[in-house]
Unconditional design. Sequence first.
Length: 414
Amino acid sequence: MSDVKAPSRRALLGWGGAGLALGAAAAGGGAVAALGNDGTEQTVPAALSGAAVPFYGAHQAGIATAVQDRLHFAAFDVTTEDREELVALLKEWTRAAARMTAGQTVGEGAFGLAEAPPDDTGEALDLKPSRLTLTVGFGPGLFASGRFGLEEKRPQALVELPKFPGDNLDPARSGGDLCVQACADDPQVAVHAIRNLARIGFGKVAIRWSQLGFGKTSSTTPDEQTPRNLFGFKDGTRNIAATDADELARHVWVSGKDGAGWLTGGSYLVARRIAMRIETWDRTPLKEQEDIFGRTKGEGAPYGRKKERDEPHLKAMPEGSHVRLAHPDANGGARMLRRGYSYTDGTDGLGRLDAGLFFLAYQRDVRDAFIPVQRNLARHDQLNEYIQHVGSAIFAIPPGVRDKDDWWGRALLT
């Protein structure tokens, strides 16, 4: 990677046709100075400039950050049995992450002694940071008895998720001791980040499963156009906004009153791989599709309303419609911050697309949010005819790295 540079005039001309809400992007991702079309200096939203997202802060980036276009998510098994080796790994990961998110190479870079492998794999050289964020989490297995002496520090809310009706979970795509969520606007930047963390961890961790994602299906900047999922419907209309500090504090960030003091300022992440039966859906009449979601497909308006963001009239929606069942009013006010992505992984061997939604949801307590909401959906949602949950994981997300002397998990492991 190279140092961050002002974008070229040609790049700005290209961005001009991107159709993004510039004000919203600037609010969510910051702004940089660059040359405008008339040659004068203008403020360009960071989401369009390829600029860096700050790594240090009270909360990890990649949660309330304006959602980037691409995802590479990886879950790791910890293979070392030595606590000090785990600590050393997390420190090295933190140093590497701080450099990569700033657009710098890992360690001494991709060039060095001819007799030794370079510190950086090199495929992101000359690329901008592309708003890369790296978010780390700790799975339940890390707190298991007899491993690293963390049994007493396991948060009460870090529960094993129950089996929901309709689940068909693949163990090879579920679980994990550690996770790293890499989000960026350039897929090569995201893949480079996971690749280099995995290389650094060789002999201490091994990738258990991973997932590439594209076409964000949720937005944390509500002034932007709401993205659509692979069924063609707008997704995440009522998502928590990154600018809504009160809602983030109420529903996303772990408080000091929640126990597990080391997790204060962090969150909980539920990751679910949801397969979509694309071919069946594509033969379903439009009216039935809209009845299933409870929204119009074109505008995205709730049934009985005209605009997407109009308040839904839940009783006017068909029973079993997705919006009616997922709405906070139907779940005791439960809300989550979603950062889902679409995925497609070739075919299933029978000529059908292996495609769907990689669902990512951050919340203050899964027992009050994801679990009751998913129970409601799994039992009654008409959408279940067209989807199936095939992968699942839960992680405790520690707070942010405060400065260059801090590191991921320091409060847990010291």
